[in-house]
Design a protein around this ligand. Structure first.
Ligand code: ADE
Length: 248
C-alpha cells in the first residue's frame, strides 16, 4: 500500500485530516524538518504531513529547510509527495479560490539550497532531468478529484517561485507574465527540484489567493487578503487531497 507524504503550505496545512494521528520529531543529515511529522491514515493509507512554514507559521520561505523536509519524507518511506501552496494569479482567468495543478516551474529564487548533491561520486555526476518536474499520474488524480468535487480547477499552469518574503514590484509582475508564468509563489521550485533529485514523484495543488500586482484595476496584494481567501477555500483543498489519496 502506498505511503504518502504531504507538505502543507500557508493556511493549507491542516493536520486534522488524519485518522489516528501522532506527532514525531525527526532529524536527518540536513537538519530538522519545518514541523514535527504528523502521521496517521487517510482511506487506510499511511500519510505523513509536514507544515512547510512550521506549526505557528514562523519560518519565512527563504529559511524553509526543504532538504530536511524531503529527506524526512523519504526516510519514512513515502512513495509520493503531495504539496499545497497559496499562489498569486498572473492570469485573468485564474480567479481567487481557483485551484491549479502545477505542471511547470520557473525558479526565480536566489538564496536557497537547491541540491542534495554537494559532491559527486567519482565519474558519476548527478544532473537530474527537470523537463517534467511534476508527476503526471498524481496530477491527473488531483485534477479528477477537483472535478468530482465540483471545485474550479486549471489542469496545468506554470508557477514562478520568487525569493520573497516581499511581494513583486509591478515591473516584475509584468515580466513574469511575459515569461509565460501563470501563477506566483515563494515555495514550489526548490521543493520540486529536491523531490526529483530524491526520486520521489511529486505534485502540487495551488490555490489562487490574489492577482499579485500586475492587475491595475485592483489594489496590490496584501497578506491579509491572502489569509481571508485561503480560509474561505481551505476546505476545498482538504477534500481534494483526501479524494486524491483514496485513488492513489
Ligand atoms: N503567495 C500568494 N500570493 C502570492 C503573490 N502574489 N506573490 C508571491 N507569493 C504569493
Amino acid at each position: 500500500m502506498a505511503v504518502i507524504g504531504i507538505i502543507g503550505g500557508s493556511g493549507l496545512d491542516n493536520p486534522d485530516i488524519l485518522k489516528d494521528a501522532k506527532d514525531s520529531e525527526v532529524s536527518n543529515k540536513w537538519g530538522s524538518p519545518s514541523s514535527p511529522i504528523k502521521s496517521g491514515t487517510i482511506a487506510g493509507k499511511e500519510v505523513h504531513i509536514i507544515g512547510r512554514h512550521g506549526r505557528e507559521h514562523t519560518i519565512p520561505p527563504t529559511y524553509v529547510n526543504n532538504r530536511a523536509n524531503i529527506q524526512a519524507l523519504k526516510d519514512l518511506g513515502c512513495d509520493c509527495i503531495l504539496a499545497t501552496t497559496a499562489v498569486g494569479s498572473l492570469r485573468e482567468e485564474i480567479d481567487r479560490g481557483h485551484l491549479v495543478i502545477i505542471d511547470q516551474f520557473i525558479d526565480f529564487t536566489r538564496k536557497r539550497e537547491l541540491t542534495f548533491f554537494e559532491s559527486f561520486e567519482p565519474h558519476a555526476p548527478a544532473h537530474t532531468p527537470m523537463a517534467e518536474p511534476f508527476d503526471a499520474d498524481l496530477r491527473a488524480k488531483m485534477t479528477a478529484a477537483c472535478k468530482e468535487l465540483g471545485v474550479t480547477v486549471h489542469d496545468k499552469g506554470t508557477v514562478v517561485t520568487i525569493e520573497g518574503p516581499r511581494f513583486s514590484t509591478r515591473a516584475e509582475s509584468h515580466m513574469f507574465r511575459a515569461w509565460g508564468a501563470d501563477i506566483i509563489n515563494m515555495s514550489t521550485a526548490p521543493e520540486a527540484i529536491l523531490a526529483n533529485e530524491a526520486g520521489i514523484p511529486y505534485a502540487a495543488v495551488a490555490m489562487s489567493t490574489d492577482y499579485d500586482c500586475w492587475k491595475t484595476d485592483e489594489a496590490p496584494v496584501t497578506w491579509d487578503d491572502i489569509l481571508a481567501i485561503f480560509k474561505a477555500n481551505a476546505e476545498n483543498v482538504t477534500s481534494m487531497l483526501i479524494k486524491t489519496i483514496e485513488n492513489i
